[in-house]
Design a protein around this ligand. Structure first.
Ligand SMILES: Cc1ncc(COP(=O)(O)O)c(C=O)c1O
Length: 399
């Protein structure tokens, strides 16, 4: 091989990885943050994480773990005591029983979903995703060698897919459905009767459900979270339940998520994780265990929930009556998904011009599969919400 051939061979990098799209959420957020860092007066309504600090007692639990010397490798799937705590949590909060052997702790719920897809899929399989979807789902399905199949929903159907919609998307190649309730970006919530109908269709067709329940603790208006895994023993066996501490305990940076599933699935993931990442951070595991086993933190979660609700209502009120932007009322999570079709702009154009003209950062809906919407986050103060919506309203009068 001559030098030129060797260079060309070296440049022939992974075709699969070059298919991946960079995360639009991270891109616009980092642009807005760098504008703010250089002294510009930016209002960031783009955050995908709680603005509340991690509870002080959780931080202390991490310090205690360091001082006890818990700074070495743990089992690749997570410590037994954390998996026991997760098992108890799933029984208490979600009414579904998993032994610690059926639980795998990973570096965030995102990593758990990636692991689940790797364990379930073969090349050529299809995975059903409901629009508007969290933008990492299609990319992770592609990485597993499978094909994402998108079920379209609309604001008028509450951004929820019916069992019939899902049935119509299922083919002989369908391996799994990804469900996300409460949903990012729409805040839609599937209630028990919705899930029962969807579960029946999935069970009839041998389709697994990856149930992403990361926003479980951020719900409004008295609606309660329900996990599809708890419907029946059969539903449990066909579900990979994903959750974590990032959003509920304001612990996004600690990187602890988990999945619970039948041992046929967890034994594959256990091997996969042991050969790839090994255990998630030992100190973060101790902190997560403290969070999940401390009933006194409930009051703090309740306080945060009430604050999110206040902000959601304020943002909805401020936007009410504006013909150019129509928010969909979320029942969970901390995002307002807003219809901007009346402006005639694409979501990327809208977000780009708004940041340039008024220094307000929102996330375009395009990467979530819905280009006539933008996502605004209310994981920020009421003051910022007022200022941001004020600027948006002023700007919309001009465009
Ligand atoms: C729907 C959804 N699932 C999973 C995650 C990832 O959570 P984690 O920080 O635990 O990886 C996010 C984060 O934005 C999300 O919005």
């Amino acid at each position: 091989m001559n030098k030129e051939e060797a260079v060309n061979k070296g440049a022939n990098l992974s075709g699969l990885l070059s298919l991946l799209k960079p995360s639009a959420t991270l891109e616009i957020t980092s642009k807005a943050k760098s504008m703010a860092a250089s002294g510009e007066d930016v209002v960031i309504l783009a955050a995908g994480e709680p603005d509340f600090d991690t509870p002080q007692s959780v931080k202390q639990a991490a310090v205690d773990a360091i001082n006890r010397g818990e700074t070495k490798y743990t089992p690749a799937v997570g410590t037994l005591s954390l998996r026991k705590a997760i098992s108890e949590k799933l029984k208490k909060d979600n009414g579904v029983e998993y032994s610690p052997g059926e639980i795998i702790v990973s570096n965030g719920a995102k990593h758990s979903i990636y692991n689940a897809l790797q364990a379930l899929c073969n090349p050529g399989d299809e995975v059903v995703i409901i629009h508007p979807y969290w933008l990492s789902y299609p990319e992770m399905v592609t990485l597993a060698g499978a094909t994402p199949v998108v079920v379209k929903t609309s604001a008028s159907s509450g951004f929820k897919a019916s069992a019939e919609d899902i049935k119509n998307a299922i083919t002989g190649k369908t391996k799994a459905l990804i469900l996300n309730s409460p949903s990012n970006p729409s805040g839609a919530v599937y209630e028990k009767q919705d899930l029962k109908a969807i579960s029946d269709i999935c069970l009839d067709n041998g389709v697994y459900v990856i149930s992403d329940e990361i926003y479980e603790k951020i719900m409004f208006d008295g609606i309660e979270h329900f996990s599809i895994a708890s419907l029946s023993p059969e539903a449990r066996d066909m579900t990979v339940l994903v959750n974590g501490v990032s959003k509920s305990y304001s612990m996004t940076g600690w990187r602890i998520g988990y999945l619970a599933a039948d041992t046929r699935i967890t034994s594959l993931i256990s091997g996969f994780q042991s050969q790839t990442t090994s255990n998630p951070c030992s100190i973060s595991q101790a902190a997560a265990e403290f969070a999940l086993t401390s009933p006194e933190l409930e009051a703090e979660l309740e306080k945060n929930r009430a604050e999110y609700k206040k902000r959601r209502d304020e943002m909805m009120n401020l936007l009410a009556g504006n013909e150019k932007i129509q928010p969909f009322k979320p029942l969970g999570a901390f995002y307002l998904f807003c219809d901007i079709s009346a402006t005639g702009m694409s979501s990327v154009e809208f977000a780009g011009k708004l940041l340039r003209d008024e220094k307000v950062a929102v996330i375009p809906g395009g990467p979530f599969g819905e280009d006539s919407f933008v996502r605004m986050s209310f994981a920020t103060s009421l003051e910022k919400i007022n200022e941001g919506v004020d600027r948006i309203s002023r700007w919309l009068e001009k465009v």
